[in-house]
Ligand binder design. Structure first.
Ligand SMILES: N[C@@H](CCC(=O)N[C@@H](CS)C(=O)NCC(=O)O)C(=O)O
Length: 213
């Protein structure tokens, strides 16, 4: 059985848990990080010297950290060929969109926007910085919009690992109060993701405990 360390309000843990849910894998998850603590103990740091979540163990000896690496591990080990193609050429397309999503979209949303809106007290909120980050993110989402106007999913017509890396931030993106461009294909795509039981269970999670008032 998989063992997973990480609180369910962490966006990286959500990406991992969504993947675990899609692949219907058995797991035990331990609440670690933020208000739960537990990520600065010698035992935890021996698994992940960065003190961050998530961490995954699929056997007693090997800990894996870095969400992208964990997702690729699960996809390679447990995914089918449409989720994570075996052919290197086809896989490169899924990997490319997954990497793009992690580096640009997720990192362009979480700290510059989500943290500034939800994890910052209203009197300290920098609306100008939020608007600038939202504009930068909109340029990226426009790329996704074009892609989704021609394909059902980000890497093509199958649901793949790229959708996990991209789609896991969309619940929060649509839920918080920020300026959003009109992107009808992205809206439809999000509604398709929101119909998936694993998305509902692991991504559409209340984040009130993170809010700074
Ligand atoms: N690059 C790492 C980043 C991990 C990371 O920053 N995780 C955050 C949660 S999303 C964390 O551990 N924060 C400290 C905490 O929860 O206490 C990854 O992709 O796994």
């Amino acid at each position: 059985m998989l063992q997973i360390w990480g609180r369910k309000t962490s966006s990286n843990v959500q990406a991992l848990m969504w993947c675990v849910g899609e692949l219907a894998l058995d797991y035990r998850r331990y609440d670690v990080g933020h208000k739960h603590g537990g990520n600065d103990t010698p035992e935890f740091l021996a698994m992940n010297p960065n003190g961050t979540v998530p961490v995954l163990k699929d056997d007693e000896d090997t800990a894996i950290w870095e969400t992208g690496a964990i997702l690729r591990y699960l996809a390679a080990r447990y995914g089918d060929r449409s989720f994570w193609p075996q052919d290197a050429g086809r896989r490169s397309q899924v990997d490319m969109w997954a990497e793009w999503s992690k580096i640009n979209v997720a990192l362009g949303f979480t700290a510059p926007i989500f943290w500034r809106v939800v994890r910052t007290a209203p009197q300290h909120r920098d609306q100008q910085a939020i608007n600038a980050a939202a504009e930068k993110l909109a340029a990226l989402l426009n790329i996704a919009e074009k892609r989704l106007s021609a394909h059902h999913y980000l890497a093509g017509d199958d649901f793949t690992l790229a959708d996990i890396q991209f789609g896991h931030i969309l619940y929060r993106y649509y839920d918080i109060d920020i300026p959003r461009p009109t992107l009808p294909y992205l809206d439809e795509y999000y509604h398709r993701l929101a119909c998936r039981p694993a998305y509902q269970e692991h991504v559409m999670v209340a984040y009130e405990e993170l809010r700074v008032l």
